[in-house]
Structure formats: structure tokens, C-alpha cells
Design a protein around this ligand. Structure first.
Ligand code: ADP
Length: 441
């Protein structure tokens, strides 16, 4: 399994939170507007349906002396009525009819033929644009939306159905315009909402940001201040050891040794905390320069030879003769120390550790490979988190606090590099830090 920490800018928690807030605000505003548009449209449709169906019902059930009233639509196009038909259900024969435009009656008939209504019912139908030749003249009927009602009645010849249609194109156009206006407003609102939410969330973040910075500054100052008493304690213990070299009892000697070990552990932790706090506040100093990394790397690896020998671990170096790179030598040393320290710490006796330098001009790499205990797939992305340790007890015995790789991450980010980890439990791990190309001026 390969896990990669992507190259790029430092992930700013505040930027991330601000973006999330902006997104939530915008989403809420858009949701409210969309809901409002839907409610208005549904209300409009309901009102139009109610009004038009009442009007159709009145026309279909109008009687005079027990007979159905057939409106004269051709001469008086009352109430937007478009056609009125009475068809025999069995034979389909037209018993009575009236059309606003009689020339297009066959098209109207097509809309109702085959529609058998058991009781009163309503339908919306589209009548497309029609061009009809009549003699030398071409008759044109424009696109229409018809709202048609059907109602069965009893006649002397059996059951018949009254079909009455209203031209509701006007309502349809209003609804369409309304929807277009809503969509335009929605788009406009999204733009305004993004701008507005972004400035609102920025304002909301200011006090939190300030308090966070103060805390980080406090941590940086406190860690800095802690370093002096720790080094004084260390020197004092050295003095005690030197002055009482011969007379000190074995028990006191052990106590002094334990104290020195604990002070050492604390110093390392304070140093790590200081580095992390400084990089959080943005005050971590990186002195970038170009230098030949090969002799430095030899020196850095040499520093671990003693510890490796104690565990009978073979350390191999695979380095080119020379490689000029750009970076902060002190920080790169810290990075290599963290990776090498872990490689040796988490490799059992008799294992192997390889340190390589890939001089690829497009992407030079430092590779640290071990034949150690490996890291499970689910732990791989988390080991770069602060205070994260896979085996808490074991790591504690090894004198670690889970801050090493968190610092390595900061150094990698500052160098605009990335790190890839390939590891399998029981087989070992390979950490490969990939640096951007170094162009010489
Ligand atoms: P620590 O100081 O505990 O080593 P790190 O941040 O350096 O802290 O590492 C975090 C955890 O990642 C370690 O506790 C260990 O469980 C795991 N780890 C790191 N490097 C290796 C490695 N080379 N092999 C196996 N496990 C590793």
C-alpha cells in the first residue's frame, strides 16, 4: 500500500473552516430561495387549476330546459373557451360541437378521441403549431396549451361525453416567465451569497484566529523558556557526576542516569513542540540555500551507526558522488534524523536499513527503507498526526512521543516536497521524500 502526503501549500485550518462556512451559508440561502420559488409556483398552479376547472365545470354543466347549452364559440369567444364537443361514447359520433377556430376542428378532435371519462376529469394538452392550406391561403394556428375537461351525460342514444377546452397558454407563459425569473434570481443570489458569506465568515473567524495565534505564541514562548532550565538541570547533573565520581553510590548513580535520560526525553519533546508551535504561528525559520547534500548525508547517517550496531542492524548507503540541492541543511538533517531514528527504532535486531539518494533532475528523492515491523494500512495516513503512535506502550518504551513525523511533515511542506510511504506489516517500510527540481541560476 502506498500513501502520499501531497505537495503544496500548508493546509490552513482557518481557510478550510472559512470555506466550509461560506459553503454552508450559501447552501442555506440557495435552499431558502429555491423553497420560496417552489412554493410560489405550486401556489400559482393550484390557483390557476382551481379557477380554470371551475370555469370548465360551469360550461359543461350549463343546461336550459333540461338540454345542454352549446356555446357559440366562433362568434363569441367567451372566457378563452377553445372548443366544446359532445361525443357519443359508443359510436364516437359528434352530437354537437362549437369551435373558436372551426378550421382546426379535426386537430381538436384528435385530442379527445379515445378519451373515455368515467366521471368528471381534466387534462392538460399541447396543441402544436399548425399550418393548413385552404385554397390559396395558409392558415396558421400557433402553439397552444389547452386545459380540457370531460364530463359524461345521459342522452336518448345512450351515454355521451361533453369535452370542453380552455386556452390556458397565457397562464402557461406566466408560469414559464416566473420560472425563468426565479432561475435568474437564483443565479444572481448564488453569486451575491458566495461574496456575502465569504466576507461574513471571514469576519466571524477573526476573533477565533486571534485567540488561536495567541495560544500558539504562548506555546512557542513557553517551550522556548523551558529549554533553559532543562539544560541547566542537565549540566548540574553532569557536575554532580563529576564531583562525586568515586564516592557516588551505585543507587545514586542509577538515579542520576535515569534523571538524565528523562531530561533528555523532555528536552527533545520541548524542542519538537517549539518547532511545531513556531511553524503554526508562521515564525519557524527556514534558511534556504544551495549545498551539496551527499557529504552531509554521509555524516548524518554516520551519527546513527553506533545505535544501529547496538541492535546489529546493517545500515547501507546508496548515494551518488555529488548532488547540489536547495533547502535548509539543518532542517533536512532533522528530517533525515527523524526517518533514520524511526527506521532503527522499529526494526528488530539483525535487520537492515537503507538510505538512498535519487538524483533524478525532475524530482530528487531521499529514501529511507527498513526491514522492520511495518505499518498497517489504516495507520499509514495517521502517523503524520501529532502525538499519534501505533503501539502506544512500545513507542513509550522507545522514548518517543509521536511528534517526529509531525515535524517531518512541516519540514516537507516548507520545502514544497511530498512524502510517499510504502509499508507492509512484518516486511518493513519505505519513506520516500520527493523534492521539486532544483534549478541552478
Ligand atoms: P515516534 O516519536 O513515536 O516515533 P513519529 O511521529 O516519528 O513518532 O512516528 C509515529 C508512529 O509511526 C510511531 O509511533 C510508529 O508507530 C510509527 N512509525 C514511524 N516510522 C516507522 C517505521 N519506520 N516502521 C514502523 N513504524 C513506524
Amino acid at each position: 500500500m502506498r500513501w502520499t502526503l501531497k505537495r503544496g501549500k500548508k493546509l490552513d485550518l482557518f481557510q478550510y473552516t472559512q470555506r466550509k462556512l461560506t459553503f454552508t451559508y450559501t447552501w442555506l440561502i440557495v435552499l431558502f430561495l429555491a423553497l420560496f420559488s417552489i412554493i410560489v409556483s405550486v401556489f400559482f398552479i393550484f390557483m390557476a387549476y382551481h379557477e380554470q376547472s371551475n370555469s370548465l365545470r360551469a360550461t359543461m354543466s350549463a343546461t336550459e330546459n333540461g338540454a345542454v347549452v352549446i356555446p357559440d364559440l366562433e362568434n363569441s369567444r367567451n372566457n378563452d373557451m377553445y372548443f366544446f364537443y359532445v361525443l357519443n361514447n359508443k359510436s364516437g359520433e359528434v352530437l354537437a360541437h362549437s369551435d373558436a377556430i372551426p378550421e382546426f376542428s379535426d386537430y381538436s378532435l384528435k385530442l379527445i378521441r379515445g378519451w373515455r371519462a368515467d366521471g368528471e376529469s381534466f387534462r392538460l394538452r399541447w396543441l402544436p403549431e399548425i399550418h393548413k392550406q385552404q385554397g390559396d391561403v395558409i392558415l396558421v394556428s400557433e402553439n397552444r396549451v389547452l386545459f380540457i375537461g370531460a364530463q359524461p351525460i345521459m342522452t336518448a342514444d345512450g351515454i355521451a361525453t361533453i369535452y370542453a377546452a380552455k386556452d390556458v397558454t397565457y397562464y402557461w407563459d406566466i408560469l414559464r416567465t416566473l420560472l425563468i425569473v426565479f432561475i435568474c434570481i437564483l443565479v444572481l443570489f448564488i453569486i451575491v451569497a458566495v461574496k456575502f458569506s465569504s466576507s461574513m465568515s471571514k469576519k466571524a473567524m477573526i476573533p477565533i484566529q486571534q485567540s488561536f495565534r495567541h495560544q500558539q505564541q504562548f506555546l512557542a514562548d513557553a517551550s522556548h523558556e523551558l529549554r533553559t532550565p532543562l539544560s541547566i538541570m542537565n549540566t548540574s547533573l553532569d557536575v554532580i557526576e563529576m564531583e562525586n565520581g568515586e564516592t557516588i553510590t551505585p543507587y545514586s548513580k542509577e538515579v542520576v542516569l535515569d534523571m538524565k535520560e528523562e531530561i533528555g526525553r523532555m528536552s527533545r519533546m520541548v524542542q519538537h513542540l517549539l518547532m511545531l508551535a513556531r511553524s503554526d504561528v508562521g515564525s519557524a525559520q527556514f534558511e534556504m540555500g544551495s549545498f551539496d547534500i551527499v557529504p552531509k548525508l554521509r555524516q548524518w547517517v554516520l551519527a546513527f551507526e553506533g545505535v544501529a550496531q547496538k541492535k546489529s542492524i546493517t545500515v547501507r548507503k546508496m548515494l551518488p558522488d555529488t548532488l547540489t540541492v536547495k533547502g535548509d541543511p539543518e532542517r533536512l538533517k532533522q528530517l533525515v534524523y527523524i526517518l533514520l531514528d524511526n527506521a532503527i527504532k522499529y526494526t528488530p535486531e539483525g535487520g537492515k536499513v537503507d538510505v538512498g539518494l535519487d538524483p533524478n533532475p525532475r524530482q530528487w528523492r531521499i529514501i529511507v527503507r527498513d526491514s522492520g515491523i511495518g505499518i498497517a494500512k489504516e495507520d499509514q495516513p495517521r502517523i503524520f498526526d501529532r502525538f499519534y503512535r501505533v503501539e502506544k506502550h512500545r513507542s513509550r518504551e522507545e522514548g518517543s512521543a509521536g511528534l517526529g513525523l509531525a515535524i517531518a511533515k512541516q519540514i516537507i511542506i516548507a520545502h514544497r516536497a511530498s512524502i510517499a510511504l510504502e509499508s507492509e506489516p512484518g516486511k518493513g517500510s519505505t519513506f520516500s521524500v520527493e523534492f521539486p527540481p532544483y534549478k541552478q541560476a
